[in-house]
Write a protein that binds this ligand. Structure first.
Ligand SMILES: Cc1cc2nc3c(=O)[nH]c(=O)nc-3n(C[C@H](O)[C@H](O)[C@H](O)COP(=O)(O)OP(=O)(O)OC[C@H]3O[C@@H](n4cnc5c(N)ncnc54)[C@H](O)[C@@H]3O)c2cc1C
Length: 473
C-alpha cells in the first residue's frame, strides 16, 4: 500500500513511534480507510499510531518535512467522511494518524467534578470512570463503545442529552493539542474562569481535525442521577411530539432526552433486531422521553403529561405509552431508537443528512422532505429519526449510489430554505463541504479560511474536510 510514498517516510515515522505502530500492510490499512457508513473511503500511504503528545508532535513534524497530509482519526464512527482519506487521493496519499493509543484517563477530581482524558479514551470508558466516582459525563450517544474523546471534541458531538446539558462544547474546560508545525498548546489547569484572550480550546471544538490534533481534554462532570424513567409515547405526528416536549421542558427540570422516530424506522428496527411491537397499535410518530433525578421521577412525568392533556394539549392514549424505570425495561425501550443506525446500514450504503431546523419549521420539514426525496429518488428508502428536543432530524436515504449527490443537494437546499443548518451535530466533513455556503455566509467562510491559514499555513491537516483543500505542501 506504500505506493509512491518513499520508504524513508515510513522509516522516519517508525523512529518516532516504533516499527510496530507504522502500519502499511494493505489489509490492515484498509480497516482504517473506510468509514462506518462505507460511503466514504480513500487511499492512505500508511497508518501511524503514536502513544503520547510528544510522539504526535514529532509525527506532524516528520509529515510536514515530507510534505505529506495528515488525517487524524479516533474511533472512526464519524458520519461525514472527515476521518478517512479522500477518494481522489487528494494531495498524494496521506498519513492516517490514529489516536486510539492515547488512552490515559487521569483519576477523577471529585472536588472540581472534572477529569482529564487523553484523546483516544472511548466515551464508554469515560462514562464508567465518572460513574465509579459518583458522577456522570453529560454527553451520551449510541456509538459510545468506539467514539473517542478526541473525535467527540473535534466534531462537537451532540447526542441524546443536549437539551439538558448541552453538547461537547459545553463540557470542555480546556484542551491540549498539537498544531500542524508541531507546537503544543495546553489549557488543562481546570480553571472555570480564565479571561486571558482568545479561547483557543473553544476554537478547536468542532474544527474536525483541520486546525490541530487534540491530544487531551479537561472535561466537566455532572452529578450522577440514579433514578430514571423512560417512556415511549405514540403520537399523531411531529408537531404533537414537539408540543409534548415543550410542555415537559417547562414543567420538569428532570427531562434529559427527547427522541423521535417514525413507523417506517420502527418497522425496520423490529425486522432487523427481531423485536416485537412496543405499543398496542401503530402511530404516526414515536416520542422517547427520559427523565432523571435523585428521586424517582415517574410520578412527576405522569402528572406533567396529564396536565398537558387537561390543558387541551396532545393526550397520550392508554395504548400509546410504554413506561419503564428499571434498567432492563429502559434498555428495551431505548433499543427501538438506538438501533435505527445499524438497521439502516444493513439496508445498504446510506446518504446520511443530519440537519437542524428552527422549532417552528420542523414539522413542515418532516412532511416536505418526504416529498422531496420521493421526487428526486423515487425508488429510495427514506428513514427519519432524531433529537426532537433540539430540532435535529437525521435524514437517511438508502438507494442512490454513494457518489450520486442529487438527493443530498435537494435535502440540504430544503433545509437552507427553511432557515435550518446543514449539520446539526455530525459536522461538515467531506460529505457536506460543497454545501457549506448554503448556511454560512461568505464573510464567515472567509474568517474560517483565515483561521485555517493562520494555524495550518501548509494545509497539512485534513485537506478537503470542512473547507476546500488549499495544499501548499
Ligand atoms: C451508531 C452511531 C450513533 C451516533 N450518534 C451520534 C449522536 O447521537 N450525536 C453525534 O453528535 N454523533 C453521533 N455519531 C457520530 C460519531 O459517533 C461522532 O461524530 C463522534 O464524535 C466521532 O468520534 P470518533 O472518535 O469516532 O471520531 P472519528 O470518526 O475518528 O473522527 C471524526 C472527526 O474528528 C477528527 N478527529 C478525530 N480524532 C481527532 C483528534 N484527536 N484531534 C483532532 N481531530 C480528530 C477526524 O479527523 C474527523 O474529522 C454516531 C455515530 C454512530 C456510528
Amino acid at each position: 500500500m506504500l505506493g509512491a510514498v518513499p520508504d524513508r517516510l515510513a522509516t522516519a515515522l517508525a523512529d518516532v513511534v516504533g516499527d510496530g505502530h507504522v502500519l502499511s500492510d494493505a489489509d490492515v490499512v484498509a480497516g482504517y480507510t473506510v468509514d462506518w457508513t462505507r460511503r466514504w473511503r480513500g487511499p492512505a500511504a500508511l497508518v501511524v499510531r503514536p502513544r503520547s503528545t510528544a510522539e504526535v508532535a514529532e509525527v506532524l513534524r516528520v509529515c510536514r518535512a515530507h510534505r505529506v497530509p495528515v488525517i487524524p482519526q479516533g474511533g472512526n464512527t464519524g458520519l461525514v467522511g472527515g476521518g478517512v482519506p479522500s477518494a481522489s487521493g487528494l494531495g498524494g496519499f496521506p498519513v492516517l494518524l490514529s489516536l486510539t493509543r492515547l488512552a490515559d484517563l487521569d483519576p477523577v477530581d471529585k472536588t472540581a467534578a472534572q477529569v482529564t482524558a487523553s484523546a483516544g479514551v472511548t466515551l464508554a470508558h469515560l462514562q464508567d470512570a465518572a460513574k465509579s466516582a459518583g458522577l456522570a459525563f453529560a454527553v451520551d450517544l449510541a456509538a459510545r463503545d468506539s467514539a473517542t474523546v478526541g473525535g467527540m471534541v473535534a466534531t462537537n458531538a451532540g447526542g441524546i442529552h443536549v437539551l439538558r446539558y448541552g453538547g461537547m462544547r459545553e463540557q470542555v474546560i480546556g484542551l491540549e493539542a498539537v498544531l500542524a508545525a508541531g507546537q503544543v498548546i495546553s489549557r488543562l489547569d481546570g480553571l472555570i474562569k480564565d479571561n486571558t484572550g482568545y479561547h483557543l480550546s473553544g476554537l478547536l471544538v468542532g474544527s474536525e481535525g483541520t486546525l490541530g490534533v487534540v491530544t487531551r481534554a479537561r472535561l466537566r462532570l455532572v452529578p450522577r442521577l440514579g433514578e430514571r424513567v423512560t417512556a415511549l409515547l405514540g403520537l399523531a405526528g411531529t408537531a404533537e411530539a414537539q408540543a409534548v416536549v415543550a410542555a415537559l421542558h417547562r414543567a420538569l427540570s428532570t427531562l434529559e432526552a427527547a427522541e423521535i422516530f417514525y413507523p417506517e424506522g420502527l418497522d425496520l428496527v423490529m425486522a432487523h433486531a427481531g423485536l416485537g411491537a412496543p405499543l398496542g397499535r401503530r402511530w404516526n410518530a414515536y416520542l422517547l422521553i427520559e427523565c432523571a433525578d435523585h428521586t424517582d421521577p415517574t410520578e412527576a412525568l405522569a402528572d406533567a403529561l396529564a396536565s398537558l392533556a387537561a390543558a387541551g394539549g396532545p393526550a397520550v392514549a392508554s395504548d400509546g405509552a410504554a413506561v419503564a424505570s428499571d434498567a432492563a425495561g429502559r434498555a428495551a425501550l431505548w433499543a427501538y431508537r438506538e438501533r435505527h443506525a445499524e438497521a439502516v446500514n444493513a439496508l445498504g450504503v446510506p446518504h446520511k443528512l443530519d440537519v437542524t431546523l428552527p422549532e417552528a419549521r420542523l414539522a413542515e420539514f418532516e412532511t416536505s422532505v418526504r416529498a422531496v426525496v420521493a421526487s428526486v429518488a423515487p425508488a429510495a428508502q427514506l428513514v427519519l429519526w432524531g433529537h426532537v428536543g433540539d430540532g435535529n432530524l437525521h435524514v437517511n436515504v438508502v438507494g442512490p449510489p454513494p457518489d450520486d449527490e442529487r438527493v443530498d443537494d435537494a435535502v440540504l437546499c430544503l433545509v437552507a430554505g427553511l432557515g435550518g443548518s446543514i449539520s446539526a451535530e455530525h459536522g461538515v466533513g467531506r460529505a457536506k463541504m460543497r454545501w457549506l455556503g448554503l448556511t454560512r455566509s461568505p464573510a464567515e467562510i472567509g474568517v474560517m479560511t483565515a483561521i485555517k491559514n493562520a494555524l495550518d499555513p501548509d494545509g497539512l491537516l485534513n485537506p478537503g474536510v470542512l473547507l476546500p483543500a488549499a495544499l501548499s505542501l
